[in-house]
Design a binder for this molecule. Structure first.
Ligand SMILES: Nc1ncnc2c1ncn2[C@@H]1O[C@H](COP(=O)(O)OP(=O)(O)O)[C@@H](O)[C@H]1O
Ligand SMILES: [Mg+2]
Length: 358
């Protein structure tokens, strides 16, 4: 297994920006995810690690070995492409064995290694099937087996679940994670799906427009987003504007559009947030932290009218009009009566749940 370092890596396509100044160190054995919307530079960055693109500037290292301009077949990375890129008229066995044949591994060893890997990805008995006789989920596992059979130091996965339906996607997510833990292999995973990234990764790099926005654990990225983009891309959130009207030690008071004043903690702030009296701030408030409060007024209780209520069985979700803003809230269904559109509602926004995003 190997660590991966991207040292101020840039990639331009002609004059067009691909990615700009990606600077990361991925630990040996880490599950690291590139997350962002389509076109943000995820595949470009992954392809530079695989060697299919060379950077315009910067260095790539595996452990202490520089590989910036080493061709792909000399890098010992295994890659699963978004469309799998399997050979449709060849059998499962032949597809998986391909990388070993290219590396001149003898027949007996090839057979043994292919069979071992087929067992690992639960494809035992499928060796003689042709690719076009397999389901999408089985093809996905062939692609994974083909990448793993060469015993790569680094596994690269480009949106490997995007061709599967929702249920299979969730199952396969666990399967990939199980394999990664069993093999302890350094894994770089590309996705635009934040739930996938959050559930699988040790750390996530959030990208937008070819630029890195934030690198952190799922917990850090969720609870301490560095800007509006990260706050709204990762999970759902309420982004409220307000004016700082008071600061009392570690507590900050902010007036919102309804005229009410909310109180939050200064320590829950991105470095970009200007916490000074008179300044505008953006607050990120997660829906699951906002809870219905039936009796009385109090600190950080806002009142409004329900615009929409949604019952999903496990949860009760409201959108409530508070001043000129909407507040989304989400609570576990405890069997309480559900408010309907037009009903008045009181909602508690706990002080510690307000994050000053900028
Ligand atoms: N081979 C290429 N030639 C020109 N532009 C490219 C090429 N590959 C990617 N790009 C551009 O680089 C940017 C990042 O693309 P990409 O890495 O594929 O994004 P993602 O995988 O996040 O969807 C996009 O603006 C895309 O149009
Ligand atoms: Mg892509």
């Amino acid at each position: 297994m190997s660590s991966v370092t991207l040292d101020h890596v840039h990639k331009k396509f002609g004059n067009a920006k691909g990615v700009e100044d990606v600077h990361i160190h991925i630990e040996s054995g880490e599950f690291f995810t590139f997350l962002g919307p389509s076109g943000c530079g995820k595949t470009t960055t992954l392809r530079m690690i695989a060697g299919f693109y060379y950077p315009t500037a910067g260095q790539i290292r595996f452990g202490s070995q520089e590989v910036t301009s080493v061709p792909p077949h000399k890098r010992n990375t295994g890659m699963v492409f978004q469309n799998y890129a399997l050979f449709p008229h060849m059998t499962v066995f032949e597809n998986i064995a391909f990388g070993l044949q290219v590396r001149s591994v003898n027949k007996a060893e090839t057979k043994e290694r292919v069979e071992r890997i087929m067992k690992l990805v639960r494809l035992e008995g499928y060796g003689e099937r042709r690719i076009d006789q397999l389901s999408g989920g089985q093809q996905q596992r062939v692609a994974l087996a083909r990448a793993l059979v060469i015993e790569p130091q680094i596994l690269l996965l480009d949106e490997p679940l995007s061709n599967l339906d929702a249920k299979l996607r969730e199952e396969t997510r666990f399967e990939i994670k199980r394999l990664q833990l069993e093999l302890g292999i350094t894994t770089i995973y590309v996705t635009h799906d934040q739930a996938e990234a959050m559930s699988m990764s040790d750390r996530i790099m959030v990208m937008q427009g070819g630029e890195v926005q934030q690198i952190g654990t799922p917990h850090e990225i969720y609870h301490r987003p560095v800007n509006r983009f990260v706050a709204s891309f990762i999970g759902e959130t309420n982004l409220w504007e307000g004016t700082v009207v008071g600061i009392d030690r570690d507590e900050v008071q902010v007036r919102i559009s309804s005229g009410q004043v909310l109180s939050g903690f200064a320590k829950n702030a991105s470095p970009r947030a200007k916490l000074a009296v008179g300044e505008q701030v953006t607050m990120s408030i997660r829906p699951e932290s906002v809870q219905e409060q039936s009796e009385g007024a109090g600190t950080n209780i806002v009142t409004g009218k329900v615009v929409m209520s949604e019952f999903t069985g496990a949860c009760v979700n409201y959108v409530t009009e508070v001043g000129q803003e909407n507040l989304r809230s989400m609570s576990i269904n405890l069997g309480r009566p559900i408010k309907q559109r037009g009903d008045a509602i009181g909602l508690h926004i706990p002080k510690e749940s307000i994050y000053f995003a900028g």
